[in-house]
Design a protein around this ligand. Structure first.
Ligand SMILES: [Zn+2]
Length: 414
């Protein structure tokens, strides 16, 4: 089973927008670019919404059937490890093995030693095709990288082999992620991480490193654009090199997590993809649910009331909602509108404040980020929320499709 050159992870917290999401991908296909849709939902999201992976599977299958999508698609068990893999195993055909928690734990000395012995031939000046500058790598550095990452990759190997006890190896795709950690991985680290993955015989098709800069949920990239572009290019070159040297799947590509709305890096990414004829997986951060709120607000009436109620609820539960996401959001709470003010808003004001159009005078990234993590409030509303979505299906779907197509696919892939 092979993941296509271009793919997008379309997280959908409430599993109601499968058709509208797929519609954006169909629009791209009509313009000549095939992008593989991947419905991803993490263990945390399932817990908060009290859903299970069967609903994600059903959403994807139903959308594909109803929209007559004839190409491949996947259901991603997002950020899983041995402790929660069984929850996903039957319904998923893409597994994002998350090893971030194990970075820094040391593997057994003999494992580190044999890894270093095998790969010390890369010490010295290393020229990677496609990039000008040479990497200077010392044996000591290889050992340090092994000490930092080998154990984590061994954990991914364990999870992978656990999947193999239940599923045939040709029936699923593997991604390895290490993005949810503090410090970015350098291109040189990535090289040896890939070597370690090959040692574990994990047929990795996408890898999600932590890149330089901040990838806050649902808002634009914050960081040094030039540095990012350079690192991204080096990572792609390293992947090409490692694929050949370590006999990894030839379609191995980078995965950009929390990739939605990182508008300012789409151009640099696109340039690198073009230069190397490389693919990419863009995993969005579940911002589809914000489009649901925008749609409800625009619908007015009861839809707008629900959208306001969710914000007011989120405002009063700031600490609780912010906490699990503290590392990946940056809210200036002094810039959050007061509930009493929001109560007076019309639908357009709400939508314009939330929609990710940075050129709009009303756009407020603090408002947006708080709502991004506030899906728990909507989940607690249960049927009230879900039936409002159903009632206003058309206007919600319009926003969902437009967001993915106009603000994401168009900029990155077309
Ligand atoms: Zn991630």
């Amino acid at each position: 089973m092979k993941l296509g050159k271009y793919s997008i992870g379309i997280g959908d917290r409430f599993a109601r927008q499968g058709k509208a999401q797929l519609n954006a991908i169909i629009k791209a296909k009509e313009l000549g670019v095939e992008i593989t849709p991947v419905w991803n939902k993490s263990f945390r999201e399932h817990q908060v919404v009290k859903s299970n992976p069967l609903s994600t599977r059903k959403e994807a299958d139903d959308a594909v059937k109803l929209m007559n999508w004839q190409h491949s698609y996947f259901v991603d068990a997002d950020h899983v490890g041995l402790k929660n893999i069984d929850f996903f195993i039957d319904c998923s055909d893409l597994f994002t093995l998350d090893v971030a928690d194990f970075i820094g734990q040391k593997a057994e000395t003999k494992d580190i030693q044999s890894f270093v012995e095998k790969y010390e031939k890369y010490a010295g000046n290393l020229k990677i095709p496609g990039i000008e500058e040479e990497f200077q790598i010392s044996e000591k550095e290889i050992k340090q990288i092994a000490e930092k990452y080998l154990f984590a990759v061994q954990e991914a190997g364990k999870t992978f082999r656990h999947i193999l006890t239940k599923k045939d190896k040709d029936t699923f795709v593997v991604e390895v992620s290490m993005d949810e950690t503090v410090s970015p991985q350098t291109p040189v680290e990535l090289l040896f991480i890939l070597a370690a993955i090959a040692e574990q015989k994990i047929p990795v098709q996408t890898i999600a490193p932590k890149f330089t800069g901040r990838f806050n949920k649902g808002v634009d990239y914050v960081g040094d654009l030039e540095q990012f572009a350079k690192e991204f290019e080096q990572d792609v070159a390293i992947i090409n090199f490692a694929t050949k040297k370590f006999n990894l799947p030839e379609n191995l590509k980078l995965s950009v997590h929390s990739g939605s709305d990182k508008f300012s890096i789409y151009r640099p990414i696109k340039n690198v993809l073009k230069k190397f004829n490389a693919g990419v997986h863009l995993k969005t951060a579940g911002t589809t649910w914000l489009e649901e709120l925008i749609g409800l607000a625009e619908a007015g009436g009861n839809g707008l009331e629900i959208a306001k109620e969710i914000y007011i609820g989120a405002f009063s539960r700031y600490d609780e909602l912010e906490k699990p996401y503290a590392a990946v959001i940056d809210i200036d709470s002094s810039k959050l509108p007061e509930p009493d003010e929001v109560k007076t808003w019309d639908g357009k004001t709400y939508a314009d404040t939330l929609r990710h159009d940075q050129s709009h005078e009303l756009y407020n990234s603090n408002f947006r980020q708080l709502l991004h993590v506030a899906y728990k409030v909507a989940a607690e509303m249960g049927e009230t929320y879900l039936s409002a979505l159903k009632k206003n299906e058309e206007i919600v779907a319009k926003n969902v499709t437009e967001n993915i197509f106009e603000r994401h696919l168009k900029l990155l892939f077309l």
